[in-house]
Design a protein around this ligand. Structure first.
Ligand code: 8DG
Length: 130
């Protein structure tokens, strides 16, 4: 059976604002917006991967909250799963340290103001149904 690798995306909320991150690489994805996160490593839980990726990419201390129902196919063998997440008290504010060159906190009215990666559009819709 083909190996399937989960990419975790964080729907990081501050109140009702959602953090969107603009990718700086690779060229095919640069300039498009996504949920920060990354690949789950062998032997790692998705929740641990999410915490690690948010620390590496944004420099924050965050905790995953709930899994958003659904799973979205990316380029094989990757699939996207999404967790809501929040910053822990005392966490630094997010900064685009790695993989991103801009961050935006979106209100519900601004949710579609950014050019999400095609693969993320369904996941963002699922978020709005929570
Ligand atoms: N993080 C993230 N990746 C996404 C999303 N949507 C989407 O198609 N992808 C793709 C982009 C990449 O091809 C792949 C995840 O790669 P990544 O570069 O974020 O993961 P990573 O930090 O573990 O990468 P690596 O450089 O260590 O290999 O999934 C999304 O919302 N968040």
């Amino acid at each position: 059976m083909t190996e399937r690798i989960v990419v975790v995306g964080a729907a990081l909320f501050d109140g009702d604002h959602l953090l969107a991150a603009r990718r700086s690489a690779p060229p095919a994805l640069a300039g498009r917006w996504e949920l920060p996160g990354g690949k789950v490593e062998r032997g790692e839980t998705p929740e641990a991967a999410l915490t690690r990726e948010l620390q590496e990419e944004l420099g924050v201390d965050a905790e995953p909250m709930t899994r958003v129902p659904g799973e979205w196919p990316l380029k094989p063998p990757y699939v996207l799963q999404v967790w809501t997440a929040r910053l822990l008290p005392g966490s630094p504010t997010p900064k685009p340290l790695q993989d991103h060159d801009e961050l935006r906190w979106l209100t519900q009215d601004e949710l579609w103001d950014v050019n999400w990666l095609d693969q993320d559009v369904e996941a963002i819709h699922a978020l709005t149904n929570l």
